[in-house]
Design a binder for this molecule. Structure first.
Ligand code: SAM
Length: 227
């Protein structure tokens, strides 16, 4: 897209003590620990400068890491507006740099926590697709409570997906795979009667997808349909 400016840096325009949600160019920064903050809300998706074509349906990837997967997918599926949600600022910045490097006009970056973002910024039944690729598995039993894929997340997915839409969850971790199946037990599985697929044609590649494939780990693709 020729109108996109070659901006080279993403900076947060305030000190930590003044933290608040801020809408930067092609990036929403949602800091943690700012309860009571005023949010822009779901109207931002129709705002000038967010997406080149605000009329397109929305798709989200939570836990985007460095954005390798979503950057390619956004280019391959230009009929959707893609939102990358990544809580780590330095990884979010990598996604943002890709967005400008490859002029991806249907991609937007959110630097923020997945659940907090969804609750404040996604309207009910607004998503045509949702993806979580290799969310942190938190393998220690005492840390498992930090996993994203739990009931509050599934409740948010149910609220935000359009009827007939799906969420795809991808992991190499056997225990997390079981937890995904249990969390979405009441949903229709896209791969029934199997709980997950071992291959997903056209999936693309992400940093962790490549890493685990090289180590010959079994990748598990779960898909749940909201019908
Ligand atoms: C294992 S990496 C996977 C990155 C990428 N999806 C891939 O496949 O290469 C998990 C990423 O999820 C991010 N993350 C973990 N929990 C998150 C949450 N609750 N909200 C947003 N991002 C999260 C981490 O910061 C990390 O970058």
């Amino acid at each position: 897209m020729s109108s996109m400016k070659p901006i080279l840096d993403l900076k947060i325009p305030f000190e930590w003590s003044e933290r608040r949600p801020v809408l930067l160019e092609k990036c929403l920064y949602l800091p943690t620990h700012c309860q009571g903050a005023v949010h822009f809300g779901p109207k931002i998706w129709r705002q000038d400068g967010v997406f080149a074509n605000p009329e397109l349906p929305l798709a989200v990837e939570f836990c985007s890491g460095n954005g390798e997967w979503i950057a390619k997918v956004a280019l391959s599926f230009p009929h959707l507006n893609w939102i990358a949600v990544e809580k780590d600022f330095y990884r979010a910045k990598k996604i943002w740099l890709r967005l400008f490097r490859y002029s991806i006009s249907n991609l937007f970056v959110v630097c923020g926590e997945a659940l907090a973002f969804s609750r404040e910024y996604l309207e009910a039944q607004s998503l045509q697709e949702a993806w979580v690729n290799f969310p942190d598995p938190w393998p220690k039993r005492s840390h498992a409570k930090h996993r994203l894929i739990q009931k509050p997340f599934a409740d948010e997915v149910r609220r935000t997906l359009q009827k007939g839409a799906s969420i795809t969850l991808v992991t190499d971790d056997e225990r997390y795979s079981r937890q995904m199946s249990e969390t979405f037990l009441s949903w229709k599985s896209g791969f029934a009667p199997e709980p997950f697929a071992r291959e997903l044609p056209g999936y693309g590649t992400s940093y962790f997808h490549t890493l685990w494939q090289e180590k010959q780990k079994q990748i598990r693709y779960h898909r749940y349909l909201y019908d």
